[in-house]
Design a protein around this ligand. Structure first.
Ligand SMILES: NC(=O)c1ccc[n+]([C@@H]2O[C@H](COP(=O)([O-])OP(=O)(O)OC[C@H]3O[C@@H](n4cnc5c(N)ncnc54)[C@H](OP(=O)(O)O)[C@@H]3O)[C@@H](O)[C@H]2O)c1
Length: 249
């Protein structure tokens, strides 16, 4: 059987490690890595040197619906069946965006920027890519969320935009999981928390994290793929951590 995986956010961080781990498994005949800069990402250059032609690269922007629509058409033209789509694209900080420590730091602009990537992106990905996952065989659509997006687990406060955008992502993931399972009973849609992982996203905030609590991207990728391998149709619409434990919404 030809198995095809698509990792959105596959140019760096956890997504790149997922691409590398999947390519090491010959069961995956095609692995597509997508991101804004996938076609020029140094980490993917290194993998391409070893794994061409199984590795495909695709530039897309999850905050731009036309870009997602065009990307889905390109993927479908190469291979109309996907067995795994993991969306790792996420935004916590950048040049103009810092997680808020207090209410006074909240701005409409930053709330909306975070929503565009962390919440709107995932549901538009589902909208444009789900036909490739609805083929009658087992398939998984996984959105990387974050434990801080759990409302029930929120004890520290702060990080308004990121928390709220991940909570919105969780609700959208749960909502689409119900609709997609009606149309494609073997399609499993979940939200996943990768743990705290040493990447560009966590770097400014991981200084106080104990060494054994700060995962390498390779370890997080291995754990997430183990969780995905263990999912059944009963898992549809749920939120799991890297160790397989369910997280409250
Ligand atoms: N690291 C952690 O400790 C941690 C903890 C909990 C949850 N998470 C979640 O896990 C996911 C992956 O995190 P990470 O640490 O691997 O992040 P990262 O190192 O910053 O990587 C983010 C990836 O997303 C891509 N990306 C960002 N914006 C995009 C856009 N608009 N369109 C398309 N691709 C975009 C980036 O590539 P380009 O720049 O080339 O577009 C990159 O490949 C995120 O959703 C994050 O919220 C991470």
């Amino acid at each position: 059987m030809n198995l095809h995986a698509l990792i959105i956010g596959g140019s760096r961080g956890i997504g790149l490690a997922l691409v590398e781990t999947l390519l090491a498994d010959p069961a995956w005949s095609r692995v597509t890595a997508a991101a804004r800069h996938a076609e020029s990402a140094p980490g993917l250059d290194a993998l391409a040197a070893i794994h061409t032609p199984r590795l495909h690269r695709l530039n897309l922007d999850v905050s731009d619906e036309r870009s997602l629509q065009a990307a889905a058409a390109r993927v479908a033209s190469v291979d109309p069946a996907l067995h795994l789509l993991i969306n790792t694209a996420g935004l916590l900080h950048d040049d103009g965006l810092r997680p808020e420590r207090r209410l006074a730091e909240v701005t409409a602009d930053n709330l909306l920027r975070s929503y565009a990537v962390n919440a709107v992106g995932p549901i538009l990905i589902a909208k444009h890519f789900h036909p490739l996952l609805a083929h009658g065989e087992r398939a998984v659509l996984a959105n990387l969320s974050a434990r801080v997006g759990s409302i029930g687990d929120n004890r520290l406060g702060g990080w308004y935009a990121y928390r709220a955008a991940k909570a919105a992502q969780n609700q959208l993931t749960r909502t689409v999981s119900i609709e997609l399972a009606r149309r494609a009973p073997k399609l499993i849609t979940v939200a996943l928390h990768p743990g705290t992982v040493a990447t560009d996203l966590s770097k400014p905030f991981s200084g106080n994290v104990a060494g054994d609590k700060l995962f390498t991207p390779a370890y997080a990728a291995e754990r997430l793929l183990a969780v995905i391998a263990g999912l059944s149709t009963e898992s549809n619409g749920r939120f799991y951590a890297w160790d397989g434990a369910e997280i409250p919404w």
